[in-house]
Design a protein around this ligand. Structure first.
Ligand SMILES: C[S@@+](CC[C@H](N)C(=O)[O-])C[C@H]1O[C@@H](n2cnc3c(N)ncnc32)[C@H](O)[C@@H]1O
Length: 230
């Protein structure tokens, strides 16, 4: 499959046999979670959608999985807006359901390929970005599918306000070794990084995600980097 084709995703509304999660996205949760067509309406207008002041921080989590971190962060920071992106329907619905059960009105989920994040936000619209345990694409021939690429970093840098951070963590040493040189060559300032998050200065403020807990149980280290748009 070509890179261009890989980036495209099929339209939710055209699915011939929508499963329970697709139905939930188009029905019960449609005010809180958007398909890949609806989410395009909010570019440059997210704060209006939430009816908040223009200075309200707007954060993004990429690949929320089952939404443990997404719901926790939305609940912990009610004065910030949190958008989550997912490709898959089940984790998308798990994430928004978990946030709403915690009574979070400051969170929305969208089905979208994060590689194309420029479709969703205008320059300077975003504050902090969280990328936790992105798919590792472990074989060398698959590395080109990894989210962290120079172009992706340039794109998210443009979309963020000055003073915002990117938090990246992974259980894959290979992915970390791949990503760190890109971080260092990117327009970001690398505030810090570690090959063992849970025995580092960053441990105290860390939230353990679902994937992270799986690797911690096996005694494996978590690799972490924090970037700043100065
Ligand atoms: C390995 S899981 C990690 C989930 C969660 N962040 C955690 O730490 O438990 C990666 C998630 O990212 C989603 N994902 C992968 N590629 C994506 C992309 N290009 N855009 C949006 N979501 C993506 C997958 O569907 C999956 O749910």
């Amino acid at each position: 499959m070509s890179r261009g084709a890989q980036k495209q995703i099929f339209k939710t509304r055209q699915l011939p046999n929508p499963n329970e999660y697709v139905q939930a996205l188009l029905g019960e949760f449609s005010a809180w979670a958007y398909d890949e067509e609806k989410i395009l309406e909010f570019k440059g207008k997210w704060r209006q959608e939430f009816q908040v002041l223009p200075e309200t921080p707007l954060d993004l989590e990429i690949g929320t999985g089952n939404g443990f971190h997404f719901a926790w962060r939305a609940g912990q920071y009610p004065d910030r807006i949190l958008i989550g992106l997912e490709l898959k329907y089940k984790p998308l619905i798990q994430s928004i359901r978990r946030a709403l059960r915690s009574d979070c009105k400051n969170a929305r989920m969208g089905r979208y390929n994060a590689v194309l994040v420029k479709d969703l936000f205008v320059p300077g619209e975003l504050n902090d970005i969280y990328i936790h345990h992105p798919d590792p694409w472990a074989k060398t021939s698959q590395n080109k599918h990894r989210l962290i690429q120079p172009e992706f970093l340039k794109n998210i840098f443009e979309l963020q306000k000055s003073g915002s951070i990117v938090e990246f963590k992974t259980d894959s040493e290979d992915y970390f070794d791949w990503a760190l040189p890109f971080f260092e060559k990117s327009p970001y300032h690398v505030i810090g990084w570690t090959r063992d998050l849970h025995h580092s200065e960053f441990a105290a403020t860390n939230f353990v995600t679902q994937f992270e807990s799986l690797f911690l149980r096996k005694g494996q280290p978590i690799y972490y980097a924090k970037l700043l748009k100065q």
